[in-house]
Design a protein around this ligand. Structure first.
Ligand code: BGP
Length: 467
C-alpha cells in the first residue's frame, strides 16, 4: 500500500492557537479573550508566536516534507469588529504568510472560522443570531476576493460540532453553557446555513479554487451491541455529532431519521429546532457544489443508554480517567476493555477511522473528495537536551495512516492528511501541557525542535510508503 504521488502530507494550525499577538496589530477582540481571562488558567499569548515566526515554521515544513499547511484566518484581524471597517495590517499579514507558503512549496488550506468569533458578534448571540451569519458571509466574500491569487483550497468552518457542543453542552468554550442540546442543534444548523451561503458566493464568482467544510467526526458504537437501548443511544449521539452535519453537508437537508432523532432530543428539554424552508433551499444548492469534506478524526465512542441526571466533566489537565459524559436521554460514553486512551481520555481506536470513511462513501456517494484535516495525539512530551522521543505519537499516526490507506484501497477518495498539529501550540481547554506538534516549542525562547515524529513523517512523505 502506497500513498499517491500527489497526496498531501500536511500539518495543521489555527490562528488563535498559534499566532499569539491576540490584541496587537489592529486585531479586534474575540470571544476567547475575556473567557480565558475570567478562567485565569492560561491564555493564548504568545502561544507559538506564529505571527512573527511563520517564516521559520514554513521553512521547517519544507525541510521535513510537509507539503500542505492548514492555516486559519483570524476574522478579527481582517474586520476588528466582525463587520464594517477593515484592518489593512491584518489583510497584509495573511498575504505575506501565503507568499511565504508558496516560496517554500507548501500549499495553504485556509479556514475562515476556527472557533474565534469577533466579540461583538459573539455577545450578540454568535451563530444563534442571523446577524452573525450575514457578517460571516461578508467576511468570507471579502477573503475570497482578496486572496484569490494565493489561496486555492478553502474551508468555511472548522468543526461545527465542537463549537456547538463545547459552547452549549459541555460548557468548555465561551459561553460556557451546559446541557442545552436544542441550542447546540440550532447553532449547527445556522453555521451550516452560513457555510452554504459562503459556498454559493464562492461558486457564483467562478473562482478557480475549491471549497468545503471541516467536520469533526467520531464513530459511535453501542457499548453492548446486543442491547437495543445501547444501539439507540449510539444512534442518538451519532445524529447529534455526525449525521445531522453530514446530511446538511452532502444532502443540503436532513433525512427523516435525522430529523426525528434531532427533534426528539431537543424536545426532551422542551426545545424546538427552527429550520426554515428557505434555509434548506440554499443548503441544497450548496451541497451540490461543495468540493470536498475536511474530516477531523481523533477517536470513537462507545455509548450506553442513560436516563439519569446530566453529568459532564471535562478532563482538561491530563489526569487520566477523570472524564465523564452522561447526557440524559442521549447516552453515556464508556471506556472499553482493550482500547487504550490518551492521558486526556481520548480513545485510541484507528480502525474506527476506516469505518467512518467507508460510511461516508456508502451513505453519501456524492461526497467527491475527503481530506483528513486533523488527526494526532496529545502527549506530555519529554524534552531531553533537544531530543524528543515521541514514539507513542508515531505509533498513533502510523496506525491511523494504515487505516487511511485501507480506506483508499476500498475506494474512498482521500487526498491528504494533516497532522494536528504542525508545531506545539495552545490547546483551547487544556493550555500548554497537551502537546501535539511535529515540532517541539520551548515557549520561553520560542525555539523549535523537531521531534522523532517529524523525522519519521518526513520519510513517509518522501517515500510515500508507510513504515
Ligand atoms: C480540534 C480542534 C483543534 C485542536 C484539536 C485538539 O477539535 O480543531 O483546534 O485543538 O482538536 O484538541 P485539544 O486541543 O482540545 O486537545
Amino acid at each position: 500500500m502506497k500513498f499517491a504521488e500527489d497526496f498531501i502530507f500536511g500539518g495543521a494550525t489555527a490562528a488563535y492557537q498559534c499566532e499569539g499577538s491576540t490584541r496587537a496589530y489592529g486585531k479586534g477582540a474575540v470571544s476567547w479573550d475575556e473567557f480565558l481571562e475570567e478562567k485565569g488558567r492560561f491564555q493564548a499569548n504568545p502561544a507559538s508566536d506564529f505571527y512573527h515566526q511563520y517564516p521559520v515554521d514554513l521553512k521547517l515544513c519544507k525541510m521535513f516534507g510537509v507539503n500542505g499547511i492548514r492555516i486559519s484566518i483570524s476574522w478579527a484581524r481582517i474586520f476588528p469588529d466582525g463587520t464594517g471597517a477593515i484592518n489593512q495590517q491584518g489583510i497584509d499579514y495573511y498575504h505575506d504568510v501565503f507568499k511565504e507558503c508558496r516560496k517554500n512549496g507548501v500549499e495553504p488550506f485556509v479556514t475562515l472560522h476556527h472557533f474565534d468569533t469577533p466579540i461583538g458578534l459573539y455577545k450578540n448571540g454568535d451563530f444563534l443570531s442571523n446577524d452573525t451569519i450575514d457578517a460571516f458571509v461578508k467576511y468570507a466574500a471579502f477573503c475570497f476576493e482578496e486572496y484569490k491569487d494565493e489561496v486555492t483550497y478553502w474551508f468555511t468552518f472548522n468543526e461545527i460540532w465542537a463549537v456547538a457542543t463545547n459552547q452549549y453542552i459541555e460548557g468548555t468554550f465561551p459561553y460556557g453553557e451546559k446541557y442545552n442540546v436544542t441550542k447546540a442543534f440550532q447553532a449547527m444548523h445556522n453555521m451550516m446555513l452560513a457555510h452554504a451561503k459562503a459556498v454559493l458566493v464562492y461558486k457564483e464568482k467562478n473562482y478557480e479554487g475549491k471549497i468545503g467544510v471541516v467536520q469533526s467526526l467520531e464513530y459511535k458504537y453501542p457499548f453492548n451491541e446486543l442491547k437495543i437501548e445501547d444501539i439507540q443511544a449510539a444512534k442518538n449521539e451519532d445524529v447529534l455529532q455526525n449525521q445531522f452535519l453530514l446530511d446538511a453537508t452532502f444532502l443540503g437537508e436532513y433525512s427523516c431519521e435525522t430529523l426525528e432523532i434531532a427533534n426528539k432530543l431537543a424536545s426532551l428539554q422542551g426545545g424546538k429546532i427552527i429550520i426554515r424552508d428557505e434555509d434548506l433551499e440554499v443548503m441544497r444548492k450548496a451541497a451540490k457544489v461543495n468540493d470536498y469534506l475536511g474530516m477531523n478524526y481523533y477517536q470513537s465512542r462507545f455509548i450506553q443508554a442513560y436516563d439519569g441526571e446530566n453529568d459532564i466533566f471535562h478532563n482538561g489537565t491530563g489526569e487520566k480517567g477523570t472524564s465523564r459524559f452522561r447526557l440524559q436521554g442521549v447516552g453515556e460514553r464508556m471506556e472499553k476493555d482493550g482500547i487504550d486512551r490518551t492521558d486526556w481520555d481520548w480513545l485510541i481506536h484507528p480502525e474506527s477511522m476506516f469505518d467512518m470513511l467507508l460510511r461516508i462513501k456508502l451513505q453519501y456517494p456524492n461526497y467527491k473528495e475527503i481530506y483528513i484535516t486533523e488527526n494526532g495525539m496529545g502527549y506530555k512530551d519529554d524534552f531531553e537536551d533537544g531530543i524528543i522521543d515521541d514514539t507513542p505519537r508515531i505509533d498513533y499516526v502510523r496506525r491511523h495512516l494504515y487505516y487511511l490507506l485501507k480506506a483508499v484501497e476500498s475506494g474512498v477518495n482521500v487526498k491528504g492528511y494533516f497532522i494536528w498539529s504542525l508545531m506545539d501550540m495552545f490547546s483551547w481547554t487544556n493550555g500548554y501541557n497537551k502537546r501535539y506538534g511535529l515540532f517541539y516549542i520551548d515557549y520561553e525562547s520560542q525555539k523549535r525542535y523537531p521531534k522523532a515524529s517529524a523525522y519519521w513523517y518526513k520519510r513517509i512523505s518522501q517515500t510515500k510508503e508507510l513504515e
